[in-house]
Design a protein around this ligand. Structure first.
Ligand code: NAD
Ligand code: UGA
Length: 451
C-alpha cells in the first residue's frame, strides 16, 4: 500500500518504519527540515532501541522515504496518517492546530480517494473537525464530491519499547464511520501482519476509538498516582510499598505491572492527556474529580526527592554537590518532556547546590531543556554533565537517582560508599535492597520504604 505519514516524531517515524518493514511504500513528511535532513543522511533524530536498523534497511530498499515537500506527500499515499503533536493549550485542552493544518493540506491538494487517519492523540470529536477541514478545502476548489474517509487509529506504543509495541501490539484500535467498509477493509489489511490474533484488531465507532486512548492513559496515570500517594503513607506508617505492590498485584484483577511508586510520571503524554481529559469533562459539563487529583498527586511526587534532600541537608544547599543519575523521563529514551529530573534539578540549584548529572543518552537534550527551564546555561546554574555514572560521583556528597537505567542497577557498592563524601543515596526508583545498602555503610532513602 502507498502510505504517507505526516509528522516524523516518535510516533510518526515508528509507524512509518514498521509499516515499510511489512512491504508498504511509505513517505514520511515533516515540517522540521532538521529532522528530515538527519533521516536523509541515514540517521534518526531520536533515541529509540531497534529503530535505526529498520529505518536504514527500509530506506535502502526504497520503501521508506522522507520529505518536507507537502504536495508530494499528499499525492503519495492513499492512506494519510496524521501523527503530529497535540500539546496542551493554555487551558489544558489538546491544541489541534497541527492536526488541522495537516488535514487542510490534504484537502487543499488531494485529487483522488484518501483515508485520513488520526494517529495523534486527539479529543473526542476531532475526527469531525478533520473531516470538516478536508471538506472545506475540497469545496473551495470546487471538488466537493471527492470521496475520502476519516479514521481514528490511536497509538498505544511506549517510548523505549516503541518498535516492539508497534509490531506486537496488545491491540490495534480502529474507529470508522458506520458503513464505511472501504476504510475498514483497508485498515484491516494494513494491520493484518501485526495482529495474527485477529481479536486484537478492535474496530469500533470513531468517538469510542478517540475516547479509548484517553481512557487508557488516564487509567495508567491513575495507577501510578495511586501508588505514589500510598508510598507516602507507607513511609509514614513504616510499611514497604514494594511488598504492598506485590501483595496487591498478585490478585489478577490488579496485576503487578505498572504499579511502581517513583519520582512521578513524566513524558509527553500522561501529563498532557490527563489535563486534556479533565478539560473535555469540564466542557461536557461533567467535571472530573479524579483527573485533577491524579495530576496534583503527580506534581507533588515530582518534589519528593528534593524534599528528602532538604530534610537531610536543610534548605540551604550552598557548598553541597549532588551526583544525579538519570535525566530522561524514563529509561531507553532521550525524551526530556515533563521529566521529573527537571523539577529536582531546578530545586537543587535554586538552593545553591552544585549538580553532576549523568544520563546514558539524554545529556544533550537535557542541556537544551534545562537552559530553557533555568533561563541560563546549565553550567552557569551549577549543573555539570558527567561522561559516566562513575565520573558523576567524583567529589559528590550524595547521589540522587531519578531514572532507572539498567546500568544503575548493579553498581560497585563499595566504590559508591567510598566516593560519596556523605555516603548517602536518595533513590527515586527503588533500585536497591535497603538491607544491602546498609551493609555497605550507605545511608539509603527510597520511595515508600522504611529508611
Ligand atoms: P513529536 O513532537 O515527537 O513529533 C511530531 C512531529 O510532527 C514533529 O516532528 C513536528 O515537526 C511535526 N509536525 C507538526 N506539524 C506538522 C505538519 N503540519 N506537517 C508535518 N509535520 C508536522 O510527537 P510524538 O511524540 O510523536 O506525538 C505525536 C502524537 O502521538 C501526539 O498526539 C501524542 O500524544 C501521540 N502519542 C505519542 C506517543 C509517544 O510515546 N510519544 C505514544 C502514543 C501517542
Ligand atoms: C505511555 C503509555 O504507557 C503508552 O501506552 C502510550 O501510548 C503513551 O504514554 C502515549 O500516549 O504517549 P510513555 O509515556 O512512553 O507511554 O512511557 P511509560 O512507560 O508509560 O511511562 C510514563 C511515565 O510513568 C514515566 O515517567 C515512568 O517512569 C512512569 N511510571 C511508569 C511510573 O512511575 N511507574 C510505573 O509503574 C510505570
Amino acid at each position: 500500500m502507498k502510505i504517507t505519514v505526516i509528522g516524523t516524531g516518535y510516533v510518526g517515524l515508528v509507524t512509518g518504519a514498521c509499516l515499510a518493514e511489512m512491504g508498504n511504500h511509505v513517505l514520511c513528511l515533516d515540517v522540521d527540515p532538521r529532522k528530515i535532513e538527519i533521516l536523509l543522511g541515514g540517521g534518526i533524530p531520536i533515541h529509540e532501541p531497534g529503530l535505526l536498523e529498520i529505518v536504514r534497511r527500509n530506506a535502502q530498499a526504497g520503501r521508506l522515504e522522507f520529505t518536507t515537500d507537502i504536495p508530494r506527500s499528499v499525492a503519495h499515499g492513499t492512506l494519510q496518517f496524521i501523527a503530529v503533536g497535540t500539546p496542551p493549550d493554555e487551558d489544558g485542552s489538546a491544541d489541534l492546530q497541527y492536526v488541522l493544518a495537516a488535514a487542510r493540506n490534504i484537502g487543499r491538494l488531494m485529487t483522488d480517494y484518501k483515508v485520513v487517519i488520526d494517529k495523534s492523540t486527539v479529543p473526542v470529536g476531532t475526527a469531525d473537525k478533520v473531516r470538516a477541514a478536508v471538506r472545506d478545502e475540497l469545496e473551495r476548489r470546487g471538488l466537493g464530491d471527492t470521496a475520502f474517509s476519516v479514521v481514528s487509529n490511536p497509538e498505544f506504543l511506549k517510548e523505549g519499547a516503541a518498535v516492539a509495541d508497534f509490531t506486537r501490539p496488545d491491540r490495534v484500535v480502529v474507529g470508522v464511520d458506520d458503513g464505511d467498509d472501504r476504510a475498514a477493509m483497508l485498515m484491516r489489511s494494513l494491520y493484518a501482519p501485526f495482529v495474527r490474533n485477529r481479536d486484537r484488531l478492535l474496530v469500533m465507532d470513531i468517538k469510542s476509538a478517540e475516547f479509548t486512548k484517553y481512557a487508557a492513559n488516564a487509567m495508567l496515570a491513575t495507577r501510578i498516582s495511586f501508588m505514589n500517594e500510598l508510598s507516602r503513607l507507607a513511609e509514614r506508617l513504616g510499611a514497604d510499598i514494594e511488598a504492598v505492590r506485590i501483595g496487591i498485584g498478585s490478585d489478577p484483577r490488579i496485576g503487578t505491572h505498572f504499579l511502581y511508586a517513583g519520582a512521578g510520571y513524566g513524558g509527553s503524554c500522561f501529563p498532557k492527556d490527563v489535563k486534556a481529559l479533565a478539560r473535555t469533562a469540564a466542557e461536557a459539563g461533567l467535571p472530573s474529580q479524579m483527573m485533577g487529583a491524579v495530576e496534583a498527586v503527580n506534581e507533588a511526587q515530582k518534589l519528593v526527592l528534593a524534599a528528602k534532600v532538604v530534610a537531610a541537608y536543610g534548605e540551604d544547599l550552598r557548598g553541597r554537590t549532588f551526583a544525579v543519575w538519570g535525566l530522561a523521563f524514563k529509561p531507553n529514551t532521550d525524551d526530556m518532556r515533563e521529566a521529573p529530573s527537571r523539577v529536582l534539578l531546578a530545586e537543587l540549584v535554586r538552593r545553591g547546590a552544585r549538580v553532576q548529572a549523568y544520563d546514558p543518552v539524554a545529556a544533550e537534550e537535557a542541556a537544551r531543556v534545562l537552559a530553557l527551564d533555568l533561563g541560563q546555561h546549565p553550567a552557569q546554574a551549577g549543573i555539570h554533565f558527567a561522561a559516566s555514572a562513575q565520573e558523576a560521583l567524583a567529589g559528590a556528597d550524595a547521589l540522587v537517582i531519578v531514572t532507572e537505567w539498567k546500568e544503575f542497577r548493579t553498581p560497585d557498592f563499595e566504590q559508591l560508599a567510598a566516593r560519596l563524601a556523605d555516603r548517602r543515596v536518595f533513590d527515586g526508583r527503588n533500585l536497591y535492597e535497603p538491607a544491602m545498602m546498609k551493609s555497605f555503610g550507605l545511608r539509603y532513602e527510597s520511595i515508600g520504604r522504611p529508611a
